[in-house]
Design a protein around this ligand. Sequence first.
Ligand code: NAD
Ligand code: TDX
Length: 358
Amino acid sequence: MTILITGGAGFIGSAFILEWVDEVKEKVVNLDKLTYAGNLDNLAGLSQDAHELVVGDIADRDIVTSLLAKHKPWAILNLAAESHVDRSIYAPASFMDTNVLGTFNLLEVARSYYETLSGYEKDKFRFLHVSTDEVFGSLSPCDPPFNEETPYRPNSPYSASKAAADHLVRAYFKTYNLPVITTNCSNNYGPRQFPEKFIPLLILNAAADKNLPVYGDGQQIRDWIFVADHCRALREVLFKGQPGETYCIGGNQEKTNLELVHEVCEIIDQKLPSPDGLSRTTRIAHVTDRPGHDRRYAIDDRKIREKLGFRPKWTFEAGLKATVEWYFDNPGWVERVQSGAYRKWVELHYGSKNKKGD
Ligand code: NAD
Ligand code: TDX
């Protein structure tokens, strides 16, 4: 019994694999291109019997075809993506290559593979596509949260590329009966998240007494879910979800970005008082806003609660503390991730925002 996961060296993929190996105890084949966001440190310690890494591109038809023929997985989980909104604004092309064309290639190869299956193997097969709530666009403060019926209105090249992929996935169910399921999850946080994303960026900047860059007025709202809860939801969907359906996953923990910064500062001030004795909140720097910045995301997760019995376990307070602890306890991981390439991104992105982000 084997599953094929794509993008398993990234933040969510590695969390999923570590838990899968521990709890489900089935072998995972992990197809990952190892872009700047893919990190083998995330998977250190796994045996070759439990986890087999294949370095390659989901858009490569030959690699995907040979992996399916060799391992005959009962499920494909597609997590590989270019995932950072700001990078999609600077350079959208790789988002189209991976998120749209890569997903298209996986679907095409999966369709051919599915046609070779019969009986129990055919009934069991699933293609689980991991998507985001960003495809639904932006909510006003009083709008009801997103649910599975919300129309798609993506606003960034990233969310537009994920939306395009989601539409292809849907079409492969309607047209070819490929047993696909799509999940749309809210913002994840937790250990091993690349520090271009807001929460690890805040933790590492605060710990180093650097400025804390907040886009615009900081009143944008995100619904935060701890990564372990997202991974558990994915397992539930894989085992119990209905082909052709979509499931919204959220943490039910809406926060403005400024509230979030204050909570990170409070934890770090307690853990490591700053040399000048001032609260880290004095380092908040309002910088130029992200173009097309979505104002609010929120998830109505009634469907996954009622149909699959899933509800998140982690409170935001507990998850944030555990996340801060992890970054403090893993300076080697942090040091290796903050490579030359990452420093270049910080210079390019925050340099153009009055050098406040560093
Ligand atoms: P990440 O950027 O941390 O990891 C992405 C992984 O995909 C990396 O290991 C990278 O090397 C790999 N990859 C990139 N292009 C590839 C290609 N062409 N072929 C093979 N591998 C490739 O991303 P993440 O935060 O772990 O997100 C994983 C998935 O979950 C993405 O599809 C993302 O859209 C979705 N998602 C993320 C969040 C979030 O808050 N992080 C929320 C909802 C949905
Ligand atoms: O320096 C910053 N300052 C700031 O104010 C950064 C990096 C972000 N922000 C804001 C932008 C967002 O409102 O913080 C919020 C969160 O930003 P990100 O961590 O970049 O996440 P977001 O753009 O919301 O997208 C994330 O959640 C949905 C993931 O990156 C996506 O892959 C996922 O689909």
